[in-house]
Design a protein around this ligand. Structure first.
Ligand SMILES: NC(=O)c1ccc[n+]([C@@H]2O[C@H](COP(=O)([O-])OP(=O)(O)OC[C@H]3O[C@@H](n4cnc5c(N)ncnc54)[C@H](OP(=O)(O)O)[C@@H]3O)[C@@H](O)[C@H]2O)c1
Length: 259
């Protein structure tokens, strides 16, 4: 008699670089076949897939602009056709890089682009994947939020507003899907070294962040990836609807430097 092992499938949006490119191999290591979603950079996505395969895991790169409902529909259909189930979804894509500006200098168009881009990148794919998970009777969703949802300053008004809306969206989805066997967590990082933050995380800013965190260091994408891996663990189902902060203890100390 032969026994077949069913390999769970996870979609990670925006996995061609930055935090998503660290989440993808972490989830492959945890036994998932990873759908490495990206928008434009096919070579970078192929590198992520190659790295996973070299380590003995399974991954597929699939392009889709996750703010476009038609592209999302095609992505979800392709994953179902190839893998049958969608066991987990990580909503990570940096669909709308934040305009860092004080309120007085912030243009409505930049604010609106950030908030609508963030929410479009979560809304369409979550809605489609939840349909699939409901039919399966199980699934896990993780949203990559930000400590900017709760802490003000640094010209992060648009980013913080968008991430606060994302966290609220995640809580509502958690409430409406729990009876279908779906659990939801938001992982909220502090500042992480990626291409997206290269322009604002200079040495002085990194030192200030490190000095004001319990762990005396800034975050790397791998720190967030590890938390996302834990957030997908079925043992955390009772934590559905909650937010897991990953900020090296920065939020513990807001207002004063580490001892
Ligand atoms: N870096 C930080 O300090 C930090 C802190 C807290 C939270 N976060 C959050 O963490 C997430 C990842 O940020 P990051 O710093 O890793 O960003 P990043 O380095 O800019 O990477 C962005 C990724 O998103 C993809 N992407 C962008 N728009 C997309 C779209 N419309 N559809 C599909 N994929 C798209 C990019 O793919 P292509 O290049 O192929 O387009 C790329 O793979 C974001 O949600 C961000 O808000 C970041």
């Amino acid at each position: 008699m032969t026994t077949s092992t069913v390999i769970p499938t996870v979609i990670v949006t925006g996995a061609s670089r930055g935090i998503g490119a660290a989440i993808a191999p972490e989830l492959a290591r945890r036994g998932y076949h990873v759908i490495v979603n990206y928008r434009r950079d096919a070579d970078a996505a192929a590198d992520v897939v190659a790295g996973i395969e070299a380590a003995g895991g399974g991954a597929t790169a699939l392009a889709a602009d996750v703010t476009d409902p038609d592209a999302v529909g095609a992505l979800v259909s392709a994953v179902r056709a190839d893998h049958g189930s969608i066991d987990a979804l990580v909503v990570n894509a940096n669909t709308a890089p934040p305009p860092f500006a004080a309120f007085a200098d912030l243009a409505w168009s930049d604010f609106a682009a950030k908030v609508t881009g963030e929410l479009a990148g979560a809304f369409h794919i979550t809605q489609r994947v939840v349909q699939v998970m409901r039919a399966q009777g199980s699934g896990r969703l993780v949203f990559v939020g930000s400590t900017a949802a709760d802490y003000v300053g640094g010209g992060r008004l648009a980013h913080g507003t968008a991430k606060a809306a994302l966290a609220t969206f995640a809580r509502h989805v958690a409430a409406e899907t729990a009876r279908d066997g779906i659990s939801v967590l938001t992982v909220a990082p502090g500042a992480v070294r990626t291409e997206a933050t290269a322009a604002i995380l200079d040495a002085a800013r990194e030192k200030a962040l490190a000095d004001n965190s319990v762990l005396h260091r800034v975050l790397e994408p791998a720190d967030v990836a590890a938390a996302v891996g834990l957030a997908l663990d079925p043992a955390l189902r009772p934590a559905t609807g909650s937010v897991l902060r990953v900020d090296a203890g920065w939020s513990v100390l807001v207002g004063g430097p580490a001892a």
